[in-house]
Design a protein around this ligand. Sequence first.
Ligand code: ATP
Ligand code: MG
Length: 440
Amino acid sequence: MRLSRFFIPILKENPKEAEIVSHRLMLRAGMIRQQSQGIYSWLPLGKKVLDKVNNIIREEQNRAGAIELSMPTLQSAELWQESGRYDAYGKEMLRIKDRQDRPMLYGPTNEEMITDIFRSSVKSYKDLPLNLYHIQLKFRDEIRPRFGTMRSREFMMKDAYSFDLTREGAEHSYNKMFTAYLRTFDRLGLRAIPMRADTGPIGGNLSHEFIILADTGESEVFCHKDFVNFDIPAENTDFDSVDGLKGIFDKWTSLYAATSEMHDESAFNAIPEGERLSARGIEVGHIFYFGTKYSEPMGAKVQGPDGKEHFVHMGSYGIGPTRLVPAIIEASHDENGIIWPESVAPFDVVVINMKAGDEACDGTCELIYAALTKAGKDVLYDDTDDRAGTKFATADLIGVPYQIIAGPRAVANGEVEVKDRKTGARETMTIEAAINRFVA
Ligand code: ATP
Ligand code: MG
């Protein structure tokens, strides 16, 4: 992509409304634009990152055996009257009437709709287990939308829903998602700590929030300090192995101390003083086993091996991609801007032409741009006539992991500079070596 033909509306000034660094950097780097309170457009640079985040989420959901579908944003109120949540949901739900005066709503979540899809077609235990997910916009009329897309009113969610014949089956489905989440956040360059969460009236201990440590987070974290360092399940993990996944899960519960919601002080105090961690964090995912809470009132049942009908055991599993993008920035930035992990960077590398219009610089940059693009790299080529200083500032701000800098003096020697955005290290090398550095 040539920067001269792309659309990155960089802000020179620090936006006054931004209270936290990720919000400030997303606005300054031209990633998002607020359209009305808590409702955002994702501009091209932001959209590229969001797509990469969604693709990693999708790959790990698929690996764990979940199946993607797409459900609408607008839902009929009737479904929610069946579950009893239409009245219970309160003001966070945006309620709309269509031209026939029928009550509709902009979905804040999809348990009811997925249960309806399930009950309309699945009748036998032989079709279980089943886990369906989508990545879709949600709307919650939050009292205090803030911090940009970190807590917005319209936001994106990956929400998966599992269906099983028995509680034991549902626990295995839960452990699959638990394992998939550990892998997902790791691939996004994040350490997300699974914290046991309150299950409310349903009871049991099967709910976890995944929290990234950050001073600006809205959640409190109390746990054993070893919680922050852990092994990530391998790509070839056998998701069908009930004992294998239970092993991964049990490792966690044995480390478990307490969570913000449970305020389990005694568990926290039982940890030796030097081993306690008390910090703030951002909730980026939430998984939940809720048994027959929706299947009973909505009549979602299957015939079991005993020939009788059974209400299915369900779980739901959410991740917020539009919250994850700022969370990644909170975890990875410096005073000059964003530092993207390679897995979600909007571009793999940026080629900076320090003297556009200079024949040797133009020729060198075009050569590198063509070679890397041909090799399948996503390259941003800064071919604008901005001053070199402006170009460096832009490249640092938007956080592309590597910069190839072509200035007249180096180019005259057949050389360019390669800069690592994260470490700041710069290395002069031949044009060929620079290309091989990314192609090989
Ligand atoms: P919170 O406590 O932050 O309001 P929640 O418990 O309401 O979150 P869930 O209903 O569990 O959230 O939704 C699943 C995921 O969706 C969350 O872990 C988060 O990543 C994301 N999410 C929820 N609300 C928002 C929001 N207002 N803006 C952006 N992302 C959100
Ligand atoms: Mg909420």
